[in-house]
Design a protein around this ligand. Sequence first.
Ligand code: FMN
Length: 242
Amino acid sequence: MKPSAEVFNEIVEARRSVRVYDAEADFDHEAVKRSIERAILAPNSSNMQLWEFYRIKTPAMLEKMVPICMGQNAARTAREMVVFVARPDLWRQRQRALVAEMKNVYGDRTDKQAKRAFHYYKSLIPKYYFNDPFRVWGFMKKVLFFFIGLKRPMVRHGNGTDVRISVHKSAALAAQTFMLSMKAEGYDTCPMEGMDSIRIKRLLKLPLKAEVVMVIGCGPASEKGIYSDRFRIPNEEVIFSL
Ligand SMILES: Cc1cc2nc3c(=O)[nH]c(=O)nc-3n(C[C@H](O)[C@H](O)[C@H](O)COP(=O)(O)O)c2cc1C
């Protein structure tokens, strides 16, 4: 194993969901900043980056988050929380930014690679992300993909739910990158789905179409922070080689 893999393995093995944090130990909030900046480097669908990260740092805001996170210890004792938010509604802005980026990268090039990149972001992306209020377009795409799929391999995702799942997948990859980075920084985290997403959106003044992916409590672990030994289903039940 390469030394880098050994270090990575150590971080992965050491990361646990920690539910109680030490109120007295030092906590460097800059580690959270660095970890979010690393999370932003996570792979994400079509590089659309339909995510936002809200740092909850002030005592007043942390206090407001506790009942919204159902009074969980991981929220009650967190030194900082980060709310991972999916923003499928920002697809137009991101698409424009990516078309501008393609112009930077390819300039006036008209070769196959350049044409493919422009076609992808100018034509295919809007067709994928757009949806009308009655969801007719999404339904039509699903039907079309079904019939094309009878003859050849075809992507199947195309309606509003598929888009939401895709955006959540990318944000979850950022969340995992964030948690591993925090562990590498010497701190612990707990992802929380047990929260009132409507109240969080209200607190953060998020628009209707924004979606809370998860809240991550952060801090230095207390001795009682880990509730039980790690349990995983045996590898042979979940890993298959074909
Ligand atoms: C999407 C997601 C939501 C979770 N929500 C909660 C939660 O609300 N409260 C909690 O204590 N742990 C929560 N967890 C942590 C899991 O319970 C934990 O990851 C799992 O038991 C495995 O333990 P480990 O992270 O220590 O390996 C969540 C984890 C994920 C990935």
